[in-house]
Design a protein. Structure first.
Lengths: 39, 139, 224
């Protein structure tokens, strides 16, 4: 149970990093566009 | 019955909420805090949305219909457009034509990625625009 | 602590749960109207307080986290559905035309650019209607139904809330990617480009906070 718990926790942390990382990446891409384009 | 049995099982860590095992207690605590932040955020910004937008675009100096018409003029670059109020019920999505059907005046750089060409509208700038047009049309 | 028989304990627990839920439901409904949100929040918090008090005296009530996830997921879905529902079904009402185009001009050009020119009316930004319709017809109703099952401590509610929260990965990523592809339409001429939209919408990540909890909570607490 302990090993399974540890693997589960690691997987869920990886998911959080993935999803917030993806959102951050898209935010940064849009921010970069904002700086380059004449919006 | 199942709930009571589980409660017995986690009674040894009596300060933990039902369903939370010690391995995940810290994770659950932070998730709970995150959810409360989101809840308060959603509620506060939800409540502020309509008032802030209304004031930014000229309310109460301009009525809602006037704001609607001013925005329509900006978005289609045509000073003659007005918001028909009330709009006939036969309109979208019940098959009738939408209010801007067949418009030709909108300024865009067309292409695979269109680029709108309308000007920015600053804080309460619609009031100034509206008043200037009234003054210009008066004589 | 008063010692009760099993029956009395269960009755008392159920009564306390129902009382808390009445405040929670009322609060959520009020918050769902957006404008009455500041009234709904204290009402909701009273429900939270009643639930915590019942927990502290040893009654078997729904865990706080399950309660929070259930109601917040419902609120999230309801607010989105109302907004987007207006865009699809009431796009020529005065309040919709005014507030949506104003919001569009302020934060997201997709709701300003050629608004109400599409045959179906509403937002005309490329791809926007597709995302709106799939969300209000598929994602949010399923999520609300699942969250209600979760609040009832049903096993299927727990499972389906997991599934419908995972939908959020597709809907968030797809929606934002679409915005990014047509970024000029969404942000050119807008008062608060990029920053406005992200600050406003970041609070809708609630499904991503629910997922880790739902995967690590002890499944036994949910019955069929």
């Amino acid at each position: 149970m302990n090993e399974q718990d540890r693997r589960r926790r690691r997987a869920l942390i990886a998911f959080q990093i993935f999803i917030y990382g993806a959102l951050l990446a898209m935010f940064l891409i849009q921010l970069q566009m904002l700086m380059v384009k004449d919006w | 019955m199942i709930e009571n049995a589980s409660k017995e099982g986690s009674a040894s860590s009596a300060d933990l909420p039902l369903g939370t095992t010690p391995a995940f207690a810290r994770m659950h605590k932070w998730l709970k805090r995150g959810l409360f932040v989101c809840l308060f955020g959603l509620v506060i910004e939800g409540a502020l949305t309509v008032p802030v937008i209304a004031v930014w675009y000229g309310w109460p100096t301009l009525s809602l219909t006037e704001i609607c018409s001013e925005l329509m003029k900006v978005r289609y670059s045509d000073d003659t457009l007005e918001c028909t109020q009330p709009y006939p019920l036969s309109g979208p999505p019940f098959g009738g034509a939408p209010e801007a059907a067949g418009q030709q005046t909108a300024k865009d750089q067309w292409g695979i990625q269109p680029v709108p060409q309308y000007p920015h509208v600053g804080f309460r700038e619609l009031v100034r625009i509206h008043n200037e047009r009234q003054a210009a049309n008066k004589p | 602590m008063v010692s009760l028989t099993l029956d009395a304990h269960q009755d008392e627990s159920r009564r306390a749960q129902r009382e808390a839920d009445r405040w929670l439901i009322a609060g959520t409904i009020l918050m769902g109207t957006l404008v009455l949100g500041p009234v709904g929040l204290p009402v909701f918090c009273r429900g939270v307080y009643l639930l915590r008090r019942a927990q502290q005296v040893g009654l078997s009530v729904r865990p706080m986290m399950v309660t929070l996830i259930g109601y917040v997921v419902i609120l999230d879905a309801a607010i989105n559905s109302i907004g987007w529902g207006l865009d699809v079904f009431a796009n020529h009402a005065l309040i919709t035309r005014t507030i949506f185009t104003a919001w569009g001009n302020l934060m997201d050009g997709g709701y300003f650019w050629h608004y109400n020119e599409l045959w179906i009316g509403g937002a005309g930004a490329p791809g926007e209607k597709a995302w709106i319709i799939v969300c209000i017809v598929v994602v949010f109703p399923m999520r609300i139904a699942a969250a209600i099952g979760l609040l009832q401590m049903k096993r299927w509610g727990h499972q389906w809330t997991i599934v419908t929260c995972w939908f959020g990965v597709i809907s968030w990523m797809g929606y934002i990617l679409n915005m990014t592809m047509y970024a000029d339409v969404r942000y050119a001429g807008v008062a608060l480009p990029v920053i406005g939209w992200w600050l406003y919408n970041i609070f809708y990540i609630t499904p991503f906070l629910a997922i880790p909890y739902l995967h690590t909570v002890n499944r036994e607490i949910f019955s069929d």
